[in-house]
Design a protein around this ligand. Structure first.
Ligand SMILES: Cc1ncc(C[n+]2csc(CCOP(=O)(O)OP(=O)(O)O)c2C)c(N)n1
Ligand SMILES: [Mg+2]
Length: 433
């Protein structure tokens, strides 16, 4: 006898055919841009709950937006971190240096000195201001767009450029894609090209720190597009279950290469709102407001340090330039998006704030910008002594086979010899280094 529901009773009748929604960005190349649909609340409105509050108290912060700097360039509200002018100037300098560095490296790629580069233009606050709010020995697990962390922590620019050029002074021996730095001394975890892997790694590191009874916390950054990866959710589950001392940042710069944020879920909810579902604290912050980014990070770091558990911070920002040197955004988005972005530019906003405070001037800014251009230029010249892409000054060819085993096994030695022989056949004048 047949089992299961009676087919006659489950007939579909005149139900509509099922369909899917495929997100489409608001503006394509050539379109005028009108951002009036974005809900940008005025600064100073949201409360700043106690750092050890129950996670549910942060729910309003997940759909609102923590903002400190107003259109009048003043700092307002309970999230104003009340930083002294000297700290503000150092933060401004680190952001401006990041931009100067990006501009020069981008040109270097166009000149053939490296194969690849990625800028973070417009997003400098999300790494620099965050770093200022952390302790120097807190562990960071960045994505490829947080060069501002290394710059804020004082990592030598020449070392960064050596890595970008994959030259003979590159500490990573040319084994990583340019810009995928690694620096143990600056507590900067190796950048991975496989998106979002750093999220569970950061949570695991934070758990290990707690297991060891240490007081250091971990932080991680991921793009909004990468938050669609399974790793993001695995990390959130572990962080929530074990109340791990970790600050998890989502940099929502609206784009994941040519896919707009809608493909990662932005049409349905804010990224910060995901914290609510996991039962952890969440904050959505104006990512172009360095003071708000600082304040949110400091709040989350203090919470983690006090065993209050993890926080998810969404930085609402805009990727002002292409995804990388291999990308051309004019092919898929309106050029007016950048100029119409309602939250301005993070460097300009902090600059104007300092001027408003009477602690900075346009002349000082101009002098600093010129000094930073020279600084980057000098670091570049220094790195170029160690070689640029394709000029032969790289780590010896044989090193490609080293550092996995303590002693090179015979089959790898054989492969190395064969590879060297093949190079010699192809380029008879080439000599193994
Ligand atoms: C697992 C994985 N999938 C896809 C890619 C290819 N990829 C590299 S960057 C990128 C876009 C990421 O966008 P987002 O997370 O928003 O970061 P953003 O570049 O905007 O900083 C993609 C799809 C990859 N590197 N790894
Ligand atoms: Mg993105």
């Amino acid at each position: 006898m047949a089992t299961g529901p009676d087919p006659a009773k489950t007939a579909r009748g005149n139900l509509p055919p099922l369909s899917l929604h495929v997100p489409e960005p608001n503006f394509r190349p050539g379109d005028p841009v009108d951002y009036s649909f974005l809900d940008i609340p005025p600064p100073g409105l949201l409360p700043r709950p106690d750092e050890t509050c129950p996670a549910t108290e942060t729910t309003p912060l997940c759909s609102g937006m923590v903002r400190v700097l107003g259109n009048d360039h003043r700092a307002v509200g309970p999230w104003d971190p009340k930083l002294d002018p000297e700290t503000l100037r150092r933060m401004l300098r680190a952001m401006a240096l990041t931009r100067a560095f990006d501009d020069r490296m981008y040109r270097g790629q166009r000149q053939g000195k490296t194969s690849f580069y990625m800028k973070c233009t417009g997003e400098e606050a999300t790494s620099v201001a965050s770093t200022f709010a952390l302790a120097a020995d807190d562990m960071v697990f960045p994505s490829y767009r947080q060069q501002g962390i290394l710059i804020a922590r004082g990592y030598p620019l020449t070392e960064m450029i050596n890595q970008i050029y994959s030259n003979k002074a590159d500490k990573l021996k040319g084994r990583q894609l340019p810009i995928m730095y690694s620096c143990r001394e600056h507590n900067f975890f190796t950048i991975s090209g496989n998106l979002a892997t750093q999220y569970p790694q950061a949570v695991g590191w934070a758990m290990a720190s707690a297991i060891k009874g240490d007081s250091r916390i971990a932080t991680a950054w991921v793009g909004e597009g990468s938050s669609a990866e399974g790793d993001f959710h695995a990390a959130m589950t572990f962080a929530a279950v074990y109340n791990a001392p970790v600050v998890l940042n989502v940099v929502n710069n609206q784009w994941a290469i040519s896919s707009f944020s809608g493909f990662a879920g932005a049409e349905r909810s804010t990224f910060a709102n995901r914290a609510v579902g996991y039962g952890i604290a969440g904050i959505r912050v104006d990512g172009n407001d360095a003071l708000a980014v600082y304040a949110a990070t400091r709040w989350a770091a203090n919470r983690a340090r006090a065993n209050g558990g993890p926080t998810l911070i969404e930085h609402f920002t805009y990727r002002a330039e292409g995804h990388s040197t291999s990308d051309d955004p004019s092919a898929y988005r309106s050029a007016h998006e950048r100029e119409e972005w309602p939250l301005g530019d993070p460097i300009m906003r902090l600059k104007r704030h300092l001027i408003e405070l009477g602690e900075w001037s346009l002349e000082q800014q101009e002098a600093m910008d010129a000094e930073l251009v020279d600084l980057v230029k000098a670091a570049t010249k220094e790195a170029e002594k160690n070689g640029i892409l394709g000029h032969g000054l790289h780590h010896p060819f044989h090193t490609m086979f080293e550092d996995v085993y303590k002693e090179l096994p015979w089959h790898l030695e054989e492969q190395a010899e064969q590879a060297i022989r093949e190079r010699q056949t192809k380029w008879p004048e080439w000599k193994p280094e």
